[in-house]
Design a protein around this ligand. Structure first.
Ligand SMILES: C[S@@+](CC[C@H](N)C(=O)[O-])C[C@H]1O[C@@H](n2cnc3c(N)ncnc32)[C@H](O)[C@@H]1O
Length: 515
């Protein structure tokens, strides 16, 4: 514990040294005091979101909010407190020390008790710290009784009873080619880490698990983005060409938006649509950091954009990454630390009512994306492992998509994990596995080409938005159309096959169209 130095007669240099030591210690105390309060605030949001099964943001998102000053200490405190939360709650109950005042500030109490029992010896700075430190004996003896009751010899054994899954996975870094080329990024990062280039996703680097890069200058100046492999596959699967007009339908916090900008080499235009005003701020921050100058932010509802409006009628590619259950990245977001997970209520979070609502929105959004008149490519992605949000959404929209002249293309043909075999064509879909690949993502790519090897495709009547039933009634037309298209496009098919060396553009190597 930090204690003030007793004043004893000393020479001037010793006194000066002590004075500066006291100042250093008090500034460390001050920063610990604030870190505990920042951590308590984050913990409150996390726990409230968990109780309502409606998270405001992941732990990481909340901690990396610009308002949190001491991010590293706050993140560590929140994660460690969550990891020990069940024990802390049992100890608190047994010690029975809280009055109504402190019961209203439970998150701060949890954080301080974590520090008292498992963390650093804390100073008396702060009312809550003072209150709990004075009751330290009661707290420690409650822990001792808990150890006996749970037949645990050591604290670590007790913690092991609340074991958490292994979430170690490589740290992926996407190089922002608007600011830096890949080889320079590799050279720079190799000064500190082992770095490999990913063999499938361009501009993606693999670093060892656990590398903390949040404060690295390449991250803070936007030269690289901390983006997972599956997430980096989405914009790459869409592969918009430089100069195109592209719409990112549900865009915040903007990782995929700025990836699109890099793929388009800053040429053309990206409209980044986002409904949530608060999240628009994060989106704007990501765009600023990326240095992209061709992104227009639109705070609005994607479903309400009129595809015939001249502002959107020339959009050629749409990235649709709508709100989803997030079940594929729960470990990433540290959801396994949350009480609902520990209590085995994880399934509630993705209860059927919530999933049905999400799937209904996802279908509407995909239907809307497919209705833009000039759109040639639509990528649909989720970070969910649920069939209802993935294959089922694609399957239900496939007749309409085909009637508009779209085909399901195969993004990253070399990737081995494809869609669940629930309909013909699901082998074109891409999945990543939550255990094997450490996060569960889903990608579907719809491609429409009006010109195939110089031949104009036969025009078919376009169905108006919302006429899904009509499209099913006229289903014979798309089938006929597809046969004609297949006959005409076999050359194209060969030219974009993954085995062909002679790709017409870099983007072709990332997906091929199968009819
Ligand atoms: C999964 S997140 C997108 C993540 C983003 N693509 C990225 O990679 O950074 C989905 C976003 O869609 C937004 N959203 C939900 N409904 C929307 C709507 N109707 N129109 C526009 N945005 C919407 C949510 O607020 C959320 O920010």
């Amino acid at each position: 514990m930090v204690r003030p130095q007793t004043a004893v007669a000393k020479g001037p240099s010793v006194a000066a040294a002590n004075k500066s030591k006291n100042q250093r210690l008090s500034s460390a105390e001050r920063s610990a005091y604030f870190a505990r309060r920042e951590a308590a605030k984050v913990l409150r949001s996390v726990l409230q979101g968990d109780t309502r099964r409606r998270a405001l943001g992941s732990i990481k998102t909340l901690v990396y909010n610009p308002s949190v000053r001491n991010k590293k200490a706050t993140f560590a405190l929140v994660c460690q407190t969550l990891k020990h939360l069940a024990i802390i709650k049992d100890v608190l109950e047994a010690a029975n020390i809280l009055n109504s005042k402190w019961k209203r500030q439970l998150e701060l109490v949890y954080i301080i008790i974590y520090d008292i029992l498992f963390g650093k010896e804390i100073s008396l700075a702060g009312d809550a710290e003072k209150f709990l430190t004075l009751r330290k004996e009661a707290i420690q003896s409650a822990l001792a009784r808990l150890l006996v009751r749970r037949k645990a010899k050591r604290i670590e054994d007790l913690v092991a009873l609340y074991q958490t899954p292994d979430v170690s996975k490589p740290r992926y870094v996407r190089v922002n080619t608007l600011k830096m080329d890949v080889d320079s990024a590799v050279l720079e990062l190799r000064k500190q880490f082992t770095v490999q280039k990913d063999d499938m996703v361009p501009n993606l680097l693999i670093l060892p698990p656990g590398c903390d890069l949040h404060a690295h200058s390449l991250v803070t100046n936007g030269s690289v983005f901390l983006q997972g492999k599956a997430s980096s596959m989405v914009a790459a699967a869409l592969s918009p060409e430089p100069g195109w007009k592209v719409l990112d339908a549900c865009s915040a916090p903007g990782n995929k938006t700025v990836h699109l900008a890099a793929l388009m080499k800053g040429k053309g235009k990206i409209i980044a649509c986002e409904l949530n005003k608060e999240r628009v701020k994060r989106l704007e921050e990501t765009i600023r950091l990326s240095g992209a100058a061709n992104i227009e932010v639109l705070n609005g509802d994607f479903l309400k954009l009129d595809p015939k409006d001249p502002a959107y009628s020339e959009v050629r590619a749409i990235l649709l990454d709508p709100s989803c259950s997030g079940s594929g990245t729960a470990a990433n977001r540290l959801d396994h630390l949350l009480p609902s997970h520990a209590a085995g209520h994880g399934a509630d979070f993705n209860g059927s009512e919530r999933l049905n609502k999400l799937a209904a929105f996802q279908k509407k959004a995909l239907e809307h994306a497919l209705s833009f008149p000039a759109v040639e490519r639509v990528v649909y992605s989720t970070c969910s492992i649920e069939q209802i949000e993935n294959e089922d959404v694609v399957q239900s929209l496939l007749p309409l998509a085909i009637s508009y002249g779209f085909q399901l293309a195969t993004p990253f043909p070399k990737w081995h994990r494809r869609g669940l075999r629930v309909f013909d064509g699901s082998e074109h879909l891409l999945r990543t596995d939550v255990v094997e690949d450490k996060e569960g993502f889903f990608i579907a790519l719809f491609v429409r080409k009006d010109m195939v090897n110089g031949c104009k495709k036969p025009t078919i009547e376009r169905h108006t938005k919302g006429s899904l039933n009509a499209s099913k009634k006229n289903y014979v037309a798309p089938i006929l159309f597809n046969r004609m298209f297949t006959m005409m496009s076999h050359c194209r098919l060969r030219s974009v096959s993954p085995n062909t060396k002679n790709h017409s553009s870099a983007s072709d190597s990332l997906f091929h169209v199968t009819l």
